[in-house]
Design a protein around this ligand. Structure first.
Ligand SMILES: [Fe+2]
Ligand SMILES: [Fe+2]
Length: 300
């Protein structure tokens, strides 16, 4: 074994036993590259994830709802800022990350490629999409890369507030008129597929390179099971139905469900979702429009 391979093996054993590393530590090239890819996609998702909700700030039904939604959107942009900083520290400049996002080379999460058709979507996104996201993000508190794990504390705290906001929107509608209830049900029907795809295909965690390096501390299926266990009973309790007749909790406590559409997931995250290009165009336009601000800050 070469000296480098031995060092890499030692690093692997260290992170697999729960050890955490800092940006100033020696990092294997493969680890650094996987970390950047993972963190960059997370940052892109926070940044692109504000767009579906942003559309509803002007259309929010009351002043209180408008304030809460505005605050949530600001939180998400803040998350993007924090996470991009961590990726920058690992060696990828932000300009390059934006260029890769806009060219389609770097991805963002599937759920942010879909339209927000009604106010019901706003509730379902903040409640269930943020719930799915917080499951992954809570698992990142144990990430082997300490700077990323640290910022997750602040992010998870804010995400749990987003879930409360979403649940409140959904509750208000479910205790409202039949038309409001119908808007929520219709939103759940449309979002269920993307939500089930959210945690990715059920590859064994031992075969997942992100788990191997302990960037992630749980497997995809574990995360999905946690989501189902935490939220399906709540969805049912509100009188909503889930559009999957096979969904149920087995005697062994494991949830069974119809196979998510993995082909759709692949096509959506590679930029072929119903709103992918429109949202990337939006980002492109704003990056160009605000270039003078960045240039004057750099010049100052
Ligand atoms: Fe967020
Ligand atoms: Fe959030």
């Amino acid at each position: 074994m070469s000296a480098n391979a031995a060092r890499e093996q030692e690093f692997l054993e260290y992170v697999q036993s729960g050890g955490q590393v800092e940006s100033t530590d020696w990092l294997p090239a493969d680890y650094r590259q996987k970390l950047i890819k993972f963190i960059e996609m997370h940052a892109n998702s926070e940044l692109m994830g504000v767009l579906p909700e942003r559309e509803w700030i002007l259309k929010a039904p009351t002043l209180q709802r408008k304030l809460a939604l505005t605050a949530k959107v600001q939180d998400e942009v803040g998350h993007a800022q924090l996470i991009y900083r961590v990726a920058e520290d690992l060696g990828k400049p932000r300009d390059e990350m934006f260029a890769d996002l806009l060219s389609g080379k770097a991805k963002f999460h599937n759920v942010f490629h879909y339209p927000t058709k009604t106010w019901g979507d706003v509730g379902v996104i903040a409640w269930l999409v943020d719930a799915a996201a917080i499951i992954s993000q809570k698992a990142l508190l144990k990430c082997s890369y300490a700077p990323y794990a640290r910022i997750m504390k602040k992010i998870c705290w804010e995400e749990s507030f987003h879930i409360l906001h979403g649940r409140d929107v959904v509750l208000a509608m479910m205790t409202g008129t039949p038309e409001q209830q119908e808007l929520v049900q219709e939103a759940v029907n449309r979002w269920w597929g993307p939500l089930m795809q959210f945690h990715g295909n059920p590859i064994a965690r031992e075969e997942d390179p992100m788990y191997l390096w302990r960037i992630k501390s749980q497997g995809n299926e574990e995360a999905r099971q946690q989501f189902l266990e935490g939220y399906v009973p709540q969805i049912w309790e509100l009188g909503l139905t889930v559009p999957d007749s096979n969904l149920g909790r087995g005697d062994d406590g494991v949830w069974v469900y119809s196979e998510p559409d993995w082909a759709e997931l692949k096509s959506v995250v590679t930029g072929h979702g119903p709103r992918s290009q429109e949202r990337l165009d939006f980002r492109r336009r704003f990056l160009e429009q605000e270039k003078w601000v960045r240039d004057s800050l750099v010049a100052a």
